[in-house]
Every structure is written in C-alpha cells, then in structure tokens.
Design a protein around this ligand. Structure first.
Ligand SMILES: [Zn+2]
Length: 285
C-alpha cells in the first residue's frame, strides 16, 4: 500500500528475483538476489515465465484492446490468472503474480480472487499492489500480509532528479518539494517543464525568425517564468552537450550567464531577449 511512484512495483519485482535467484538461496542466506544470474536477468527484463503481471497492460493484450480503455480489472483477467496459478512452475522455484491496481476490482472479481488467495498452490506468491488499504475488500486484506510504503524523502528525490534529469540543484529541490514524495509526480512535473524548455530550445535552433517573432517568443517565455524557462533550457543543453560538446558548450555559457543575471534581479525580459538573440545567432552562423 502506498501512493504512486514510491517503489511498490519495484519491491514486488525484487521479491520475484530473490525467490527465484539461482545464485543466492534466500532460505539459506539473508543476502538478496544476485542480480546477475539468468533468472535475475529474466525477471529484470520481464521475460521470466514464472513472473506474471496481472495488470491493465496484460488485460489489454488478452482482450486485444487499447491500454487506455482499461479501467477495471475484469473477471476474465482474474480467470486467466487462476489458470496460470494452477499450471506447473515452468523453470523457477516460485511463481509470482503481481496484481495492480488491486483497488480496481469490483466485488464479484474480488470474490473470485479470494478463492485463490485462500488456497494458493505451494510455492506461489500473489502480490496485490494498491494505493490505499481502504479500497480493498476486507476479506482480501484479512488474507494478505500488508506492507506500507512511505513517500520518498526530499533529499533522495532531488539527488535522483539531478542525476537522471540533469536538473540544477535549486530546480531539483523545488520539484522534490512539489511532488509529495512520489517519483511518479516528480517525473510528470519534470516532463511538463522539459517539454516547454525543449520546444523553445528547438525553435531557437531550427526555425527561421524575424526579430519581431524572436521578441514574441521571449515575451511569452518571460510571462511563464524566465528562470523556469532558462533552467529547462539548461537541462536540454546539457543533454545535447553529452552528444555534441562543441555545439552546446557556448550555448550553455550563454544560458548560465543569463541565469546568474536573473538571480541578480536584472530585468527578466531584457535577459531573455538578449539570450534568445545569442542562441539564435549561434545556430544560424
Ligand atoms: Zn540471481
């Protein structure tokens, strides 16, 4: 139980690894999965024949429907799972079923699942992933062991954002604060900002502008927040720098200088106007 993006699915998958790892035997040692054996690798790649995801993606595949159309887990999907539960283990030591989102089941479906939870075959683990305990029928909860997940700490989150999304520390901290401990929320926020920065960055690099258009672009960016715009463009420039250092180095210099000016409260519109002209010049030389 726990909100989105705090690692519930990750832990479930890790458990599947530990149970089936061929190098480390969890019944003999307290060391987790090795992460390198064939079994661990298959689990990581989601191709282990004894690991089953019972989720909207699977349901869409079974029903030959669009993923977006899946709103609740259907009885047919649970029946499919029950058939799999009844078959022999294919190559591992344990069969693992991960049901998500477990709160998206009506009572009929939940009751059908209950039968399986009451008498699971040996060496079978059924994991239900949900956001809140209250959304799962009591009969099911009473037959399960509950594990609660806490939101991620802000420091862990901002470090992760800096490493994985090339955010500047202030920006990473800001997003970490807004995302309430959920990596899912954080990534959503980053994507929103990145797409804005990315579109401005791409426009400046690829389109032909009249001065008036350039000023208009700058005016819009300033209205949405000059610092925000510069930060997301810095993230884009950094990504580009890794692939094409010569091209992005000068752009990064301009961006960082503009960022410093904004922090010194130089007029935001002036800073952006100059920056956009510089960047535009750079890619049109
Ligand atoms: Zn292993």
């Amino acid at each position: 139980m726990g909100q989105g993006g705090v690692g519930k699915r990750l832990v479930a998958v890790e458990l599947a690894k530990i149970l089936n790892c061929t190098t480390n035997d969890f019944t003999k040692t307290d060391i987790g999965a090795c992460g390198r054996c064939v079994s661990c690798e298959k689990v990581a790649k989601n191709i282990h024949p004894d690991l089953h995801f019972i989720d909207f993606a699977k349901q869409a595949e079974l029903e030959d429907e669009d993923l977006e159309k899946q709103k609740i887990l259907k009885i047919e999907t649970i029946r499919y799972m029950q058939k799999e539960v009844a078959t022999k283990i294919r190559e591992g030591k344990w069969k693992v079923f991960i049901i998500e989102p477990a709160e998206k089941m009506n009572l009929t479906v939940a009751n059908s699942l209950l039968k399986t939870l009451e008498e699971p075959p040996e060496n079978t683990v059924i994991i239900l992933i949900a956001k809140h305990k209250e959304t799962i029928p009591k009969t099911i909860v009473s037959r399960s062991q509950t594990l609660f997940f806490q939101p991620l700490g802000q420091n862990e989150m901002s470090t992760w954002l800096m490493l994985n999304h090339s955010l500047v520390p202030v920006k990473a901290q800001e997003i970490a604060e807004l995302s309430e401990g959920s990596l899912e929320n954080a990534v959503k926020l980053v994507n929103e900002e990145e797409s804005e920065g990315l579109s401005t960055w791409r426009k400046l690099k690829t389109q032909k502008f009249y001065i008036s258009d350039l000023l208009e672009l700058s005016k819009n960016a300033a209205r949405r927040g000059a610092l925000k715009c510069v930060d997301s463009m810095i993230a884009e420039a950094k990504k580009e720098f890794r692939i094409y250092p010569q091209g992005a180095a000068l752009a990064l210099d301009f961006l960082n200088a503009s960022r410093a000016k904004l922090l010194q409260n130089v007029n935001a519109q002036t800073v952006l106007d100059n920056l956009f002209f510089d960047l535009y010049d750079l890619s049109n030389k």
